[in-house]
Structure formats: C-alpha cells, structure tokens
Design a protein around this ligand. Structure first.
Ligand SMILES: Cc1cc2nc3c(=O)[nH]c(=O)nc-3n(C[C@H](O)[C@H](O)[C@H](O)COP(=O)(O)OP(=O)(O)OC[C@H]3O[C@@H](n4cnc5c(N)ncnc54)[C@H](O)[C@@H]3O)c2cc1C
Length: 563
C-alpha cells in the first residue's frame, strides 16, 4: 500500500515508537542472541518505510526511516545476520537492510558514513567462515535482495557475457546462462555463493589453472564506494577501483553488478578420479597437466588427500564417484604407502554428438603418462550442470545429518610449489594423518592467470597450491572439541611460519595489524591507499577486522593494533 508523504511519516514515527517499546522489553544482548521466537520479526516493505528497535538502533532509526528506500529494513530478527557458515563468530547488527536498488545502497552508505560510528557489511549468502560479512552493532546489507541476470551474446571480437547483480548466486547464473547454451568459464566447487561474495575473495576451483579465478573473468563492475558514489569501473577506466574491488575483501565498495565472461557450455562431462600413494608422483603429474596446452589437457584439475584406511569419511570410499564405482580395491595399494593417499580429480567436457571411441582414446592418451596406481581409476559421465553442482548432494546429506549447521573452522591456504612437498610431509602425513572429517583439497594453479593489479593476495611463485581443509565434524561431543580443531589449524600456521613457508591465507582472517601487513606484503601500501580513497571512514566490511571505523570525519583509516 502507498501512503501520501505526511501520512507515511506519521506511520514511520508510530512504528519506530512501537518497536522501541516492544524491543526495550525483549532485547538483552545486542551482540549475540535472537529475541524470543514468540516475537515476530518486523520487516516492513518500505514503500511505506522502516523500522528499528533495539538498544543501539534507536541511534539510527530516524535516519534509516527517512531514507525512503525501495527495499525494506528488518528489525528485530537481526540475529540471522550474526550467523555464517563458519559458526564461530556471532556479531549481531542493529538492522538488516534489504536494498531494492542501487540508489537504496548509495543512500544507506551515505547515511552510515555520515553517522558517528555505524559500519556496514554486505552479506552475500553468509558463507564466510570467520564473521567476514557481519557488522557488530552496525548495519548488514542483505545482497540477496539485489537480483538480476542479463545475458549478452556479444560481438565476434568481445564474446558473450552476463551482467549479474552482486546478490545473485552462481547457481542461478549457471541456470540462466545454460538456457542459452552458455556458461561462465571459472567456478567455485560449490555454487550457492554470491557473485559479490566470491568476487570480493577470488573464486577458485578446478578451472582456475586454465582461466584464472573468477576475479580474472570479469569485464566490468558497478560499485557503490564507501563514500556513497556509484561508479562503473573497467580495466581501462576507473581501473584502480576495478582491480581494487576484485579480491578486495569488500573494503572499497559494494559490488552491485558484475559483467562476467561466458563461453559455450558443453553438454556433458567425463569426471575421473585416480589414486596415488606417492606425493611426488601425484604433484608432478598435477603440475604436468596444468602446464600442457589446452587441447592436450583436461578442462578441470583438482586433487585431494585421503587417509589410507577404511574410514568412511576420510578414507578409501571418499574416492568413489557413483554407485557404479562400488568398490575400492585396497589390495592394489603398494605396501610402501604411508598414512595418506592422494586422489587426482580431472574432468573433460564433451557433447552428445562426440564420437565415443575417439573421446575414450583421447582420455586414455591423457592418462597414459600419469603414474597413478593402475586399477584405482574411477570415472563417471554426467551433465555439465550436474558436474558443476556436484557438491549439492553432499550439502543435502550434511543438512539432514545436522553437520551443515555445526561450526566449520575451515582453513584455506595458498602454498608455493617449492614448499608443497615439505608441507605434505609435516601437515598431511603428520598433523592431519587422521583426516579432517571432510575433504582436504590440494591442487596447483598458475600465477600468470591472476592479474597482479587485483587486491587478491597469492604467493610469489609461478605455481602455487590451493590447500583447503574442509572440516565437517559433528559438534562436540559427537565430534572433536572445537578448541582442539582450532588448535590444529594454529599448529599448521605455526609450522608454516617456523618452516619459512611463504603461504598466503585464502579467505584471510587475522587479528593484528602486523599479520595483515605480512599478508599483503608489498601490496599493503596500495591497499591502504585504496581504502583511504574509497572508504576513508572505514565503514565497509568491518567483519574482516582490518580497519577500525574512523570517528573523525576528515581522518583516513586507523588500524586495529591488537586482537
Ligand atoms: C560450502 C562452501 C563451499 C565453498 N567453496 C568454495 C570454492 O570452491 N571456491 C572458493 O573460492 N570459495 C569457496 N567457498 C568460500 C566462498 O567463496 C566464500 O565464503 C565467500 O565469502 C562467498 O560467500 P558468500 O557469497 O556467502 O559471501 P559472504 O560470506 O556473505 O561475504 C564474504 C565477504 O564479501 C563481502 N561481500 C559480500 N557481498 C559483497 C558485495 N556484493 N560487494 C562487496 N562485498 C561483498 C562481505 O561483506 C564479506 O566481507 C566456499 C564456502 C562454502 C561455505
């Protein structure tokens, strides 16, 4: 219903007043707890406007209410924005804004910047591990309300592309583009992640060796900076913001739209796993495959580590691809094998029209020089969509067992090639010899597919490995104590430091200024410069814990100096 302006203002004041009375009775702690479930969350479509009610929100309620947004504002019920996939941090915002347009976002950013101490976090699909999309006592922008996908076939020289809003999920981008026989080139393993969220980090998977991370496949970005300016940026124009926002941890602006390269989508995929007992053979084969010319290698190359036993989660059965791959013949494993085995995972695209004999011959030719254990070779044919969406089945199973909602202290690292064997000996074969209750990914990527002007931080070497400890243990006491898992992560990081392994955290999470400085290395000054240019009051993405909100309207950033 639309109200005339005076009546609307009166309504706003009334709502705000009622909300305050209600929430004063109900809210105890603004940082952690959801109000009792009997209390219905207020989410008022702001054709008529908005809301507030909490201990802190009263400070900004009038400002929010006066914004006259196309979208809406939720409050209370903000505890939902204090949860993420990691389940480790629970920082509750004072309000969640569901923007209805870029103008809404610019208005909210300007309002937050004009306030004395508010911060603002864009939340994609809340799949961060360490509270990166949270804003304690600040505002959260629910980017899922910013949807829209438009596909362009492009000219013969520029090729096809898609314009996707920042809150779109990659699964929906895939579905939309497949309808016209196209698809993005570079993926994440799991698809219900937001475009703005992965572009703020990197976006890596088995195609990264070939096309680079998702951030290397962007043609332009629409960004609302921390000053409330709405800017379209390209590699040629406003390039500092373009490269800054890519892998920029949400520090310089809100990505409202991205133009992403597309390619013709294949119809089918041959998905293959082969097993190694020797790490050196495994990794040199991986390195060989990522170095070959396109036509002589696979379209997807990953790998993972498994325990050399019958553990149902971490062991032999984790290699099997389908019910038709019903057994793992452990008798084929050489007696010299250690506590861990290594599985190379590759995939090749093809179409229904493909000559199967030729396809099989081509694959045999590509596998022939590899040194995996003969007989431990599994393959499965499936549609391109089902291949890209392959983690969905694991998600369904984990949700039904409750493990999806347990805490996930994941650790993601980029380890330089020159140190990966040392890393294997100490970390995989010693510290993690019992597995992590989920996949341990390890696969190499080529540095030349990453543009060094982007904010993303990677090791200096030409080839480096993604190592991902994707822990899926049930909550204690069914699983190990949470503190012991965190301690194991710390042990790995400590080992890297003492062994002089110049690894970089992917999806970084640090607590001190010196850690962040070390992480960014020679790009630290550029990062600071970009922050003071695009978000001088440090209002954006406070959950990354890199900068402190500046209270002085003229000051640039002030850093956290301790945890
Ligand atoms: C099950 C699972 C599987 C995963 N698999 C992969 C994988 O294969 N490869 C990979 O690279 N990563 C993977 N990830 C990590 C994923 O890329 C990150 O979690 C990332 O943060 C995206 O999640 P999100 O869209 O929910 O973003 P959020 O967690 O909501 O946000 C992440 C950060 O980006 C900021 N942000 C969000 N949207 C915007 C925006 N529009 N503009 C500016 N800043 C924004 C947030 O403020 C926050 O700081 C996986 C995560 C999970 C939980």
């Amino acid at each position: 219903m639309k109200f005339p302006a005076p009546a609307r203002n009166l309504l706003i004041v009334l709502i705000v007043f009622l909300e305050r009375i209600l929430t004063r009775c109900m809210v105890s702690d603004s940082s952690n707890h959801e109000p009792p479930s009997s209390y219905t969350a207020t989410r008022i479509s702001s054709a008529s406007t908005s809301i507030i009610g909490n201990t802190k929100p009263s400070d900004c309620s009038n400002s929010l209410a006066s914004l006259d947004l196309h979208g809406s504002i939720s409050l209370p019920g903000t505890a939902i924005a204090s949860k993420d996939f990691g389940g480790i941090y629970h920082h509750k915002p004072v309000a969640i804004v569901h923007p209805g347009s870029v103008v809404d976002i610019a208005k909210v950013v300007s309002m937050v910047a004009a306030s004395p101490n508010l911060t603002l976090a864009a939340m994609g699909n809340g799949h961060s591990i360490n509270g990166q999309a949270q804003a304690l006592n600040g505002l959260v922008l629910d980017m899922k309300s910013m949807r829209g996908i438009e596909i362009f076939h492009g000219s013969p020289t520029e090729g096809p592309y898609v314009d996707a809003c920042g809150g779109e999920l990659w699964i929906d981008v895939l579905k939309a583009t497949l309808r016209v026989g196209l698809a993005p080139r570079s993926w994440t393993d799991y698809l219900p992640l937001s475009v703005g969220g992965t572009l703020s980090n990197g976006g890596v998977s088995g195609q990264t060796f070939k096309f680079g991370p998702q951030i290397s496949n962007v043609l332009n970005l629409h960004v609302v900076t921390g000053k409330g300016e709405s800017i379209t940026c390209y590699p040629e124009k406003n390039q500092d913001l373009f490269y800054g926002a890519l892998g920029g941890l949400g520090q310089f602006g809100i990505i409202t739209k991205a133009r992403i390269m597309l390619q013709r989508a294949p119809q089918m995929v041959r998905w293959i796993r082969v097993v190694y007992s020797d790490f050196e053979e495994f990794r040199t084969d991986q390195e060989l495959l990522i170095s070959l010319p396109e036509e002589r290698t696979f379209d997807y190359i990953e790998g993972f580590v498994l325990t050399n036993n019958d553990d149902p989660i971490n062991g032999w059965s984790s290699v099997l691809l389908s019910p038709s791959n019903s057994s793992f013949d452990f008798k084929l494993i050489p007696h010299t094998a250690g506590p861990m085995l290594y599985c190379l995972e590759v995939a090749l695209h093809y179409d229904h029209t493909e000559d199967f004999i030729a396809l099989n011959k081509r694959i045999e030719g590509m596998l022939a020089p590899l040194r995996f254990i003969r007989g431990l070779h599994y393959s499965f044919d499936l549609s391109y969509f089902d291949f890209l969406n392959r983690v969905h089945a694991a998600e369904v199973a984990a949700r039904s067992s409750g493990i999806w909602d347990a805490p996930h202290p994941w650790l993601n690292l980029f380890v330089p090639k020159s140190k990966i064997s040392e890393f294997d000996a100490k970390v995989f074969r010693e510290i993690l010899k019992d597995g992590v209750g989920g996949p341990i990914l390890v696969y190499p990527v080529n540095r030349n597919k990453w543009d060094s002007r982007m904010s993303a931080i990677i090791p200096e070497e030409d080839t480096f490995y993604l190592v991902a400890l994707l822990r899926f243990s049930p909550s204690y006491p069914s699983g190990p104590p949470f503190q012991s898992i965190l301690a194991q992560n710390e042990e790995i990081l400590h080992y890297c430091t003492t062994a002089g392994i110049d690894m970089k955290l992917y999806l970084p999470h640090y607590k001190t200024e010196s850690d962040w400085k070390r992480h960014f290395g020679r790009k630290w000054q550029q990062f600071l410069q970009r922050k003071s240019t695009y978000d001088p009051k440090a209002i954006l993405a406070p959950g990354q814990r890199i900068f402190c909100r500046s209270t002085d309207s003229t000051a640039s950033t002030r850093l956290y100096s301790s945890s």
